[in-house]
Design a protein around this ligand. Sequence first.
Ligand code: GDP
Length: 450
Amino acid sequence: MFDTLSGNLGSVFDRLRGRGALSEADVREAMREIRVALLEADVALPVARDFINRVTEKAVGAAVLKSVKPGQQVVKIVNDELVAMLGGDDAGAADAAPLNLDVRPPAVVMMVGLQGSGKTTSTAKIGKLLKEKQGKKVLMASLDVNRPAAQEQLKVLGEQVQIATLPIIPGQQPVDIARRALEAARLQNVDVLMLDTAGRLHVDAALMAEMKAVAAVATPAEVLLVVDALTGQDAVNVAQNFSDEVPLTGVVLTRMDGDARGGAALSMRAVTGKPIKFAGTGEKLDAIERFHPARVADRILGMGDVVSLVERAAEVIDKEEAEKAAQRMMKGQFDMNDLRMQLNQMQKMGGLGMLAGMMPGMKKAKAAMEASGVNDKVLVHMDAIIGSMTPKERARPELLNAKRKKRVAAGSGTSVQDVNKLLKMHQEMGRAMKQIRKMGGIKGLASLLG
Ligand code: GDP
C-alpha cells in the first residue's frame, strides 16, 4: 500500500530532517518535491495543489523556521495535513463504529458500485465484521438480477461466513426482492440487512433509476459505494457520479492490497466529500479494515501503523500460549517449539510484508531482509525444518550434530545451510532474551523504552 508515495516522501523527509536550519527556499523546494510525489501517486491535481498551499502556508512561518528542529516540524505539518486530506478522524474515533446503525432495526446497509469492484465480496466481509465484532444478527440479500449467478455467489459467501441469505426466487425484480428482504428481516428479528445491489460496467441512467427505486423502498441507514482503488482517479469519478444521484454515506475502497500509488484513497474525501469507511485488503473474507485516516497517514509517512499492528496481534495471538512462551523465555528456556510458535504467529499476522507496512522503520528493514534472502517462503521453510526435528531435538537443539542436520534438511526439503541459518537465528534470539533478562526482564525493558 502506498509504497511509491511512501518511498518518495521518505527521501524528501530524510533530507529535511538531516538539516539543522531551514530557509524558506529550502521549504519551498521540499514542497515542490512533495507535489511531484503526490502527482506521481495519482492524486487529483487540485487536491495536490491545495495540500501544498496549506502546508507551505504553515511551514514558512517564523515559528517553524526558527524552531530547534525545523525539519521535524515540517514533517509534522505534512502529517497533519495528510490526515485531513484522508478525511480527518471523522470516519469514526478509534473504537467507535464507522457505520451509523442506530435506527429501528432492521438497519439497512445498501451496497452499490460498478461490476467487478468487489461489491459482493465486501458485502460478505462487512456482514462478517458486524456479526463477529458487534454481535449483530445479519441477513444478506442480492438484488443483482443482471449478472447470472450473482445471487448464487452471495449465497455461497453467506455459507462461508455463516450468515443467512434471502432465499432466491428466480425472476423477481430488485425492488420486490428488497421488499421481501425487509419483511424477512423484520420477521426474523434481524439487526442489519445488507442489500447487495446490481452493478453495471458503467454508470448509466438505468442503474441510477434502479438504485433510487431500491433506496426509496429500503430507506437505508447506510449507502456504501464500493470502488476499486486500482482504478485511481476513475474510482473518484465514479464516486462523484454516484453521489450526484444517490445519497452515499461512505465509500469502501477495495484492492488496497495491490495499490502502490494510493491516488484514490488520497483524493476521495477532498473531491467527493464522502468518507472512506473501509479498505479491502485481499480476497479472503477477513481482509477488510476500518479506514483510520491518522493511521493510514502514519503508514504513508513510514512511521508505521503500530496501533493496527497491536490490534491485529491481539486478534490472532493465543494469549495463554504467548504468556507461557514469555515466561519460558524469561527463564532462558526458549526452545524450537517456542520459535515455531513465533514463526506461525508472524504468518498468521500476514507475513513479513504486512508487518513491514505497519511497523515503524520496517520498510527499510524489510528491504534489507529481502536482499539477504529472507521472505515469506523462508518462514514456511523454517516451519518445515522444525517440523522435521524430533521432540528431543526441538527441546534441545544443541543435539543437532552434522548427521542429524542432514536428516532434518532432507526431511524438510531444505539444505543443511538452511538448518544452520535457523539454528543461528534461534541462538541470536536466545542471546537477545538473556540481555533483556539482565536488564530486569520485560519490565526493565519497558521502563527503558519509556
Ligand atoms: P462485484 O462484481 O462488485 O460483486 O465484485 P466481486 O465481489 O465479485 O469481486 C470481484 C473480484 O475481486 C473477486 O475475485 C474478489 O475476490 C476480488 N476482490 C474483492 N475485494 C478485494 C480486495 O480488497 N483485494 C483483492 N486483492 N481482491 C478483491
